[in-house]
Design a protein around this ligand. Sequence first.
Ligand SMILES: C[S@@+](CC[C@H](N)C(=O)[O-])C[C@H]1O[C@@H](n2cnc3c(N)ncnc32)[C@H](O)[C@@H]1O
Length: 268
Amino acid sequence: MSGKYVHGYDPRENERLHDQAGTLVDLLHSDTAYPGGSLVLEVGCGVGAQTVTLARRSPDARFLSVDVSAESVDAARRRVEAAGLENVELRQADIFDAPFEAESFDHVFVCFVLEHLAQPREALAVVKRLLRPGGTITVIEGDHGSAYFHPDSAPAGEAIECLVELQRAAGGNSLIGRELYPLVSDAGFASVHVSPRMVYVDASRPELVDGFTRKTFTAMIEGVREPAIAAGLITAERFDEGIRDLHRTAEADGVFCYSFFKAVGEKR
Ligand SMILES: C[S@@+](CC[C@H](N)C(=O)[O-])C[C@H]1O[C@@H](n2cnc3c(N)ncnc32)[C@H](O)[C@@H]1O
């Protein structure tokens, strides 16, 4: 993992990842299903927010879900156990130093991880070695440059830019969604297909207003308030104005848009 994980590992962040996963399940995962008997490596499972969905949707596949953070792996294990899932094994491992044999997995799944890595290309090369020929990789990433909203707001844009800048300073790239096609293709995967998944939120979709605009996106930006101010990227007043304006987009006449990108490729 590059430098410092910009979102941190505190309970509020765990809650945000769960809210995010719950709200976006269909949008992101409706077309992900693994055949019975296949072995899937989930890289950077975090607190298991995607793991439970993946394992439920492919009950006859087996999942090995790994994360560099032992604390997150413990939280993921509790979540998987609470869900009563028996097709998931959880293990603490750094993907750059993972003790797995080459070509030992049928599929690899990577969600919201490349954006935090200083070496996303190397990570893709590593997982390609772990995949058997004919296996697939699925990568899902966001892109904070894809956020636009009504009412538009310069302070909100500046607050978002603080996260982009802090993540860049930590070695990551929160604008990586738009790069998935070249990244996955350049790693040597074949038949690469990227599909943008747009989240569109207005007051007629109250579950998204709450689950996405407020509890996912705005909460994520709010999470960098202290480091952004400490780094001199913005004043406290301007940041708070930006956050107020993001909340404003969740009101009755507000609109919020964001795009995720999902890439699938095959190892020939
Ligand atoms: C934003 S979280 C995403 C978690 C989960 N995939 C999800 O969608 O909810 C990124 C995760 O990648 C993990 N990670 C970062 N670098 C890693 C590495 N080198 N090996 C394994 N996991 C890593 C972090 O610890 C963190 O839990």
